[in-house]
Design a protein around this ligand. Structure first.
Ligand code: DGY
Length: 333
């Protein structure tokens, strides 16, 4: 008897090499136009597929999952974060969920560092001034476009997992003093290597930092972790950088504080209602108070191919009857 290949529905366009390998291994239904699927299309996908490969732009909630067909046994997400999936519902239905951890650590840490530099050193404004139509740049001047030095400043990292630690390694080399808040304290050896100071009280850490970087996942426990109250604890000269998930910061409160001059600036690669961006943030970006990026943290060809490879390994291992390496477990949520 010929075993049929599993029907793998992929919701977005993936790098060519990943799609080709998927076609070789599976009965892969690809989305060559890259048009995001609406909820009806997602429902159709979960009804028919053996494996669903969603990305962070697909909302796989309990309503979608309630329509899942009997064949759907695996959701192999092309993403590190899994906040777009109701994982508890999936697990209750006996559907395994996997993600792609580890392979986007360095790229995301690079982008975090880029924002840590970009906002205090006014990179976006400077780049714009050079190419502006009007004569905005008249040559070097002792007092024009002064930013703030980052060497010697205190960086508070919220979430000291793989990405947080990769940010800390980079930031240490730039002369920043590393502080962090995490659910669990790091082993002493890692703390010593990073010269990192642990704060079990996030409130106490925030009040003392010059730059705060969000590097934790979005879970029910971290939703609005930087709430209006906590944002008020920051010094008016402080900067906030977020390459994790928009939902971790109360974006309206952040915007109000930036408008009121109660914070020096922010660098945001993610937004609370992505892809929608608060028009007030766009106004602040035009005034040079914030740098906004379109969720580019993991956007390297190498990173995206590695993510695809992980998805394939997870599917193949699962289909061969083994535990896939990147299972999302309830304890991680
Ligand atoms: C992820 O995979 O969760 C990242 O946010 C993509 O950049």
């Amino acid at each position: 008897m010929v075993r049929r290949k599993p029907l793998v529905v992929v919701t977005r366009k993936l790098p060519d090499s990943v799609e080709t390998r998927m076609r070789e291994l599976f009965d892969a239904q690809l989305n060559l136009d890259d048009v995001p699927m609406d909820q009806a299309a997602l429902v159709e996908a979960v009804r028919t597929a053996d494996v669903l490969v969603p990305t962070l732009t697909d909302r796989i909630d309990s309503a979608v999952l309630s329509q899942a067909g009997e064949n759907l046994r695996l959701i192999a997400s092309f993403s590190n974060g899994v906040d777009h999936i109701d994982v508890a519902s999936a697990l209750n239905r006996g559907i395994t969920v996997t993600n792609t951890p580890g392979v986007l650590t360095e790229d995301t840490a690079d982008m975090t560092m880029a924002l840590i530099l970009a906002v205090p050193r006014r990179l976006a404004e400077g780049a714009q001034a050079v190419i502006a139509d009007k004569d905005e740049w008249l040559g070097w001047s002792p007092t024009w476009m002064l930013g703030r030095r980052i060497w010697g400043k205190r960086l508070g990292i919220i979430g000291m997992g793989r990405i947080g630690q990769a940010v800390a390694r980079r930031a240490k080399a730039f002369g920043l003093q590393i502080h962090y808040h995490n659910r669990r304290r790091l082993p002493t050896g890692i703390e010593e290597m990073l010269d990192a100071t642990y704060w079990d009280s996030l409130d106490q850490m925030l009040a003392r930092m010059d730059i705060v970087s969000i590097n934790c996942p979005h879970t029910p426990a971290t939703y609005h972790l930087l709430s209006a109250r906590r944002l008020k604890l920051l010094k008016p000269e402080a900067y906030v950088v977020n390459t994790a998930r928009g939902e971790v910061i109360d974006e309206n409160a952040l915007t109000r504080q930036l408008e009121a001059g109660e914070l020096a600036g922010a660098g945001l690669d993610v937004f609370e209602h992505e892809p929608a961006v608060n028009p007030k943030l766009i106004r602040l970006a035009k005034q040079g108070k914030v740098v906004l990026l379109p969720h580019l943290g993991s956007a390297t060809l190498e990173g995206r191919v590695d993510m695809g490879e992980k998805v394939i390994v997870n599917i193949k291992t699962f289909m061969d009857g083994h535990r896939p390496p990147d299972r999302v477990l309830p304890a991680m949520l």
